[in-house]
Design a protein around this ligand. Structure first.
Ligand SMILES: [Zn+2]
Length: 123
């Protein structure tokens, strides 16, 4: 580093002053058992069949009565009308195509936000 009157050589190595242990985070994937609240939030309360806002129910894409799981890859937000109309059928059988493919919610942005907050607080 160099200023008008002083030059300070930069160190060639850095020293680890404190080790912050970060526990391994649980893997959340499409097969993970889902929380209905998280599914509604993931889909921004939009119905996966008609796209309307304000969806309050969660639909099993592959019907639960036929072995469809309570996992993120099989659950979508749905309005009560679409959920009732689809009933115990697949989207193909009901001729109600999904507007998007359900996936496990991404947690990266939340974690990144926590990291930025931590960095801001420590400076
Ligand atoms: Zn709908």
């Amino acid at each position: 580093m160099r200023s008008q009157h002083v030059a300070i050589p930069l160190p060639r190595t850095i020293q680890l002053l404190e080790y912050v242990h970060t526990p391994p985070r649980p893997v959340v994937d499409d097969d993970t058992r889902a929380s209905f609240t998280v599914v509604l939030a993931r889909d921004h309360h939009r119905c996966a069949y008609c796209g309307d806002a304000g969806a309050t129910t969660v639909d099993h894409v592959y019907p639960r009565s036929r072995g469809g799981g309570d996992n993120y890859g099989n659950l979508v937000a749905a309005c009560a009308d679409c959920n009732g109309r689809k009933a115990d059928r697949t989207p193909e059988e009901a001729d109600m195509p999904l507007l998007w493919v359900p996936r496990a919610p991404r947690t990266d942005h939340k974690r990144q936000h926590a990291i930025w907050r931590e960095l801001t607080l420590s400076n």
